[in-house]
Design a protein around this ligand. Structure first.
Ligand SMILES: Cc1cc2nc3c(=O)[nH]c(=O)nc-3n(C[C@H](O)[C@H](O)[C@H](O)COP(=O)(O)OP(=O)(O)OC[C@H]3O[C@@H](n4cnc5c(N)ncnc54)[C@H](O)[C@@H]3O)c2cc1C
Ligand SMILES: NC(=O)c1ccc[n+]([C@@H]2O[C@H](COP(=O)([O-])OP(=O)(O)OC[C@H]3O[C@@H](n4cnc5c(N)ncnc54)[C@H](OP(=O)(O)O)[C@@H]3O)[C@@H](O)[C@H]2O)c1
Length: 407
């Protein structure tokens, strides 16, 4: 049986999908489709871009490597090739995702940006609209990611600035910023790593740190910090895990407060769980901050034609601005009439129960736990839908055929 049936209605194709519709062909969409396939459930993935994992292929910088060891970034059912290094590069990660898709015969429908989706209470089906088609299914799986859109802050005066302003999602390498004074707004993992990259091209990054931030070494005593945290968390309360991590981090990195990177009062793992704020895993930026090659500056008050004024009264001339200000979900722009998501496009129900909404709606990859969260959601969703699928198919071969009202 094919996974969909097509009808033409006016200029719009109407596609009846037998299994679930998955929106997004990133790691989350692929993992869910693979887990469904393993349970014998077909699915259709709608992807707005022209390729899978578009975030990784089109919207990340060249020097990006996974920050976590590969065993924490694998998707379900098929691991990384053995010859991959501990921290795969983004190219290796993309090649893994491509092999993953071909191994499970996953063929997303590209250039299908979902413009709107809503539940039709009369038919009991989800109606999902793209520019040229309407897809209809009993199940809708949201896999558009926590990082769907760049956050573009409205900094006073930024429109008057003469130089270039780019978000890290468009930054590839420091090559185009050679010898420039660059204002890097934000000190998350992107801000730190882009600042590090700029130094390789003799640029002078001024990194804006407006708040407190936890910086941890990527590894402690030869083991990944993330792995150590996971292992400790199995045995000890989070506050104690945080205390141990901070003790070791201070031993390895020294007191980061002295560099202008003040630590929050709440520990790194607790903070991540409560607010979703990721600690920075240092891959070299800290030593460049210590040596003065990356300059830490306070919050920006105003951008001028050729520079920036800071809240501490300082003023600096700059040539370019890189916004390392993070990302946001885009769910509120296309999913209509759904209370399950908050205004920021994140599930209101926290991890580990945010994967299932009601009326056949599911979410994957909104756990603030990276690819590990994706893997956990994908397995649960596939099991849940497979149970319904079997029930529907065992009742009668016609019981799942619903007469859809032509509109
Ligand atoms: C620079 C960077 C580095 C990261 N490194 C790591 C790491 O090392 N380890 C880790 O665990 N996590 C990392 N993350 C987090 C990372 O985003 C996720 O782990 C992973 O990409 C999430 O996969 P996803 O499929 O949920 O979302 P995405 O990868 O964002 O995929 C979502 C897909 O949905 C598509 N889409 C969006 N809106 C629509 C629409 N309306 N219609 C159709 N399609 C749509 C997008 O084009 C995209 O292809 C990193 C994030 C960034 C930004
Ligand atoms: N190699 C890797 O694995 C890797 C590399 C890069 C990114 N990532 C992941 O990708 C995700 C996104 O990371 P990210 O670094 O792009 O974003 P992020 O973690 O959300 O950090 C955004 C930064 O921008 C700051 N900011 C936002 N608006 C600002 C404003 N108006 N003025 C000044 N500062 C502002 C934030 O400060 P506040 O804290 O004050 O809000 C924060 O420091 C994270 O999960 C991260 O771990 C992973």
């Amino acid at each position: 049986m094919g996974s969909s049936q097509k009808h033409q209605h006016n200029d719009t194709n109407c596609v009846r999908v037998h299994g679930p519709i998955i929106v997004g062909a990133g790691p989350s969409g692929l993992a869910t489709s693979a887990c469904l396939a393993q349970q014998g459930v077909p699915s259709v993935i709608l992807e707005k871009s022209d390729c899978l994992a578009s975030l990784w292929q089109h919207r990340t910088y060249d020097r990006l490597k996974l920050h976590l060891p590969k065993q924490f970034c694998e998707l379900p059912l098929l691991g990384f090739p053995r010859n991959f290094p501990k921290y795969p590069t983004k190219r290796q990660f993309v090649s893994y995702l491509e092999s993953y898709a071909s191994h499970f015969s996953i063929r997303p429908r590209f250039n299908q940006a979902v413009r709107s989706a809503g539940y039709d209470a009369v038919s009991g089906f989800w109606r999902v609209e793209t520019l040229d088609s309407e897809y209809v299914s009993r199940w809708l799986i949201v896999a558009t990611g926590e990082n769907a859109e760049p956050v573009m802050p409205d900094i006073p005066g930024i429109n008057k600035f003469d130089g270039s302003v780019v978000h890290t999602s468009s930054y590839k390498s420091g090559f185009e910023f050679k010898n420039q004074r660059v204002l890097v707004v934000g000190c998350g993992n992107s801000g730190m790593e882009v600042s590090l990259d700029l130094c390789r091209y003799n640029a002078i990054p001024h990194m804006v740190v407006r708040n407190t931030v936890h910086v941890l070494p990527r590894e402690m005593f030869g083991f990944s910090t993330f792995g150590i945290a996971m292992a400790l968390a199995k045995w000890f309360p989070l506050k104690l895990v945080d205390r141990i991590l901070l003790l070791a981090a201070n031993f390895i990195l020294g007191n980061t407060d002295r560099t202008g990177l003040r630590r929050p009062k709440t520990g790194p793992i607790e903070l991540k769980n409560v607010t979703g704020k990721t600690p920075v895993l240092d891959v070299g930026a800290l030593s460049l901050i210590k040596s003065g090659k990356i300059k830490v500056v306070e919050g920006v008050k105003e951008i001028t034609r050729n520079g920036a004024k800071f809240v501490d009264g300082q003023e600096k001339e700059i040539d370019s601005i890189i916004l390392a200000t993070g990302y946001k979900s885009n769910v509120p722009t296309w999913l209509k009439g759904c209370e399950f998501f908050n205004k920021d496009g994140m599930p209101r129900t926290p991890f580990p129960n945010g994967w299932k909404a009601e009326k056949g709606l599911y979410t994957v990859g909104f756990t603030r736990r990276g690819l590990q969260g994706t893997a956990s959601d994908a397995v649960k969703i596939a099991k849940d839908i497979a149970q319904q699928w079997r029930l529907i198919n065992s009742n009668s071969c016609n019981s799942h055929v619903i007469q859809l009202k032509e509109t």
